[in-house]
Design a protein around this ligand. Sequence first.
Ligand code: BTN
Length: 325
Amino acid sequence: MLRHDILYLLTAQPDEIVSGQKISNQLNVTRAAVWKQIKILREEGFDIEAQTKNGYRLLSTPLALNEWVFKQALSTQALGRVVDFSDELSSTNDRAKELARQGAIHGLTVLACRQQAGRGRLQRQWESPAGGLWMSVVLRPNLSLADASKITLAASVAIVDTLQELFELPIGIKWPNDLVHKGQKLAGILGEVVGEWNTVQTLILGMGVNVNFPREQLNNTFPATTLQEILGFDIDLNLLAAKILENLEKELICLEEKKFDELKSKWTKRAIGLGEGVRILRGEDVIEGTFKGISIDGALILETGNKEITFSAGEVKLRSKKGYF
Ligand code: BTN
């Protein structure tokens, strides 16, 4: 694409002015055609300085989702190598499922600027205004169904590690996959199996992070926050998405190599409420005990009296006895 070729020329000499004549010679197009593309790039959010006699200089790239910027930030082998970008979707998980049924390859990533009907766990709605990171990945890993449930834990760890690496931001994980900052939810994960695991072994991993918008845009019943509120500035969604995919790929490779202990210990270090008194809500039932940790398949281990009971994520909700979550 001509626009992308122009961007390559501008980034090849960062901070320098590249003459319009040079661009038009190298790409074999008129200077007017170059100018037309520069105007489109500016509309996409690229800040490009134009000096009448001298040429063009790229000052900054957009923070909003942009395929070119995303690809530049990406350093994975498989995840995100094929992307499906949309301005608006009902749900990126639904789109990823549809593409998986049509034969999408492992790692295909769906990204949307906003979702009209974003979905959360336990049939909840997930509010997805513009400025958030709404992303779903088609995974066809070399894992058994029992191991597949660990993938959502891997996604929590990948997001936590990314926020630590990029912003030194400490994030806690509320079992199974709620990412929480100072008691307020920042991100969530929705893993869904496509068809029968035994035949297709495909999982859609949906990740939602509240990023560049104020929390007032969310009408949630639970306390929520956004990175904009926490950091005080807007961040590059492309870089965030690319780094999450990079960390997720590392965790998946570990799982495929049967190294669950490493993932479990990373998850456990960030777990909220571990060792504390908790309540488990299962329909109308409330079961009280001490949160001891997670089992080999990611289920919660609760100690009650002198026995241990495990609960898997699909069936129960976790509540603190002290009332922090
Ligand atoms: C939860 O905490 O309940 C899970 C929230 C998952 C939200 C993400 S946003 C991208 C993907 N598409 C959806 O419809 N849901 C997930």
